[in-house]
Design a protein around this ligand. Structure first.
Ligand code: R5P
Length: 311
């Protein structure tokens, strides 16, 4: 088994290799003067089971291109099996046509990864589980929920906790976390615009008064969804509001928005390399995801069960 790292999250790739007690594959993934990506693998990979670690986070297009070119280099070097390890799958939110004459970019990206020569894909908390069906190669979608639940239980216990989905689309994810927290009660923030042009109203379905609320979601991008929901929960009488989000995209002024919000804490994983701003935030904490990914990789290589990681 070999682990090859692109440049998008080298610390994560190193941590995965550390978990597996392997060195990273000796390779250079670099740019020509005109910014074209060039990959050179400096060791034999013929017949090897190779895992390419490359979340396709910002800059999404450059990181995607690196992933594709790494896979191409491995295929042409006769690797036996190539697994694209894409903890954060960029373009996942473009998984359907939101209107006429719009693309389904998540499907296009799935086609590109397959065409480049990947034999399998490994990701965490895909924005929609159905994205697995965009691939005709085996796809393992891991869940960060067990890592999050362990952290919540170690810090607070399950007492007085209500798990909250910040939107209606995230209810299944929230229910799964609630189950791991001794079947904690569930609440949902329901955003509604009564008529076009009127401002959005946040309705809370469920009882949050006097409760320590924990929101769960797959992505925090601008932070708008999260910070507005946190305020609605505080207005609804929550004693504290923390959030556990797998992928800290945190674009634009998101870190400042989170820092100035009603959130007591935002916990993300390092599926995306945290920026200096994220690391400096007093509200944001990063949970390492390498042990989960490393264990899944070990099981894929050994051909043992991955799903039993979540029993
Ligand atoms: C949406 O369906 C996702 O699950 C996230 O809630 C969304 O991407 C968060 O975006 P933002 O932080 O920009 O509100």
């Amino acid at each position: 088994m070999k682990i090859l790292a692109g440049n998008s999250n080298l610390p994560l790739a190193r941590a995965i290799a550390g978990y597996l007690e392997l060195p990273l594959t000796d390779a250079s993934v670099r740019r020509f003067a005109d910014e074209e990506v060039f990959v050179e693998i400096h060791e034999n990979v013929r017949g090897e089971d190779v895992f390419v670690v490359q979340p396709t986070s910002f800059p999404a297009n450059d990181n995607l291109m690196e992933l594709l070119i790494c896979i191409d280099a491995l295929r042409r070097a006769s690797a036996k099996r190539i697994t694209a390890v894409v903890p954060y799958f960029g373009y996942a939110r473009q998984d359907r046509k939101p209107g006429p004459r719009t693309p389904i970019s998540a499907k296009l990206v799935a086609n590109l990864i397959t065409e480049a020569g990947a034999d399998r894909v490994l990701s965490i908390d895909l924005h929609a589980g159905q994205i697995q069906g965009f691939f005709d190669i085996p796809t393992d979608n891991l869940y960060a929920a067990p890592v999050m639940a362990a952290d919540i239980l170690a810090r607070n216990g399950a007492r007085d906790i209500t798990v909250v989905s910040p939107d209606v689309g995230g209810v299944v994810r929230a229910r799964a976390l609630a189950k791991r927290l001794d079947n904690a009660p569930l609440a949902i923030v329901d955003k509604r615009r009564d008529k076009p042009g009127s401002s959005e109203v946040m309705n809370i379905i469920g009882d949050v008064s006097g409760r320590a609320c924990i929101m769960i979601d797959d992505i925090v991008d601008s932070g708008g969804t999260l910070c507005n929901a946190a305020q609605a929960l505080v207005d609804g009488g929550a004693t504290s509001v923390a959030a556990y989000i797998t992928h800290g995209v945190l674009s634009g002024g998101a870190v400042a928005r989170v820092d100035g919000s009603a959130l007591t804490e935002l916990v993300i994983t390092d599926s995306i390399l945290p920026t200096e701003g994220t690391k400096a935030s007093k509200v944001i904490r990063v949970l390492p995801i390498a042990p989960l990914l490393g264990e899944a990789i070990r099981r894929i290589a050994d051909e043992s069960s991955v799903s039993s990681l979540f029993d």
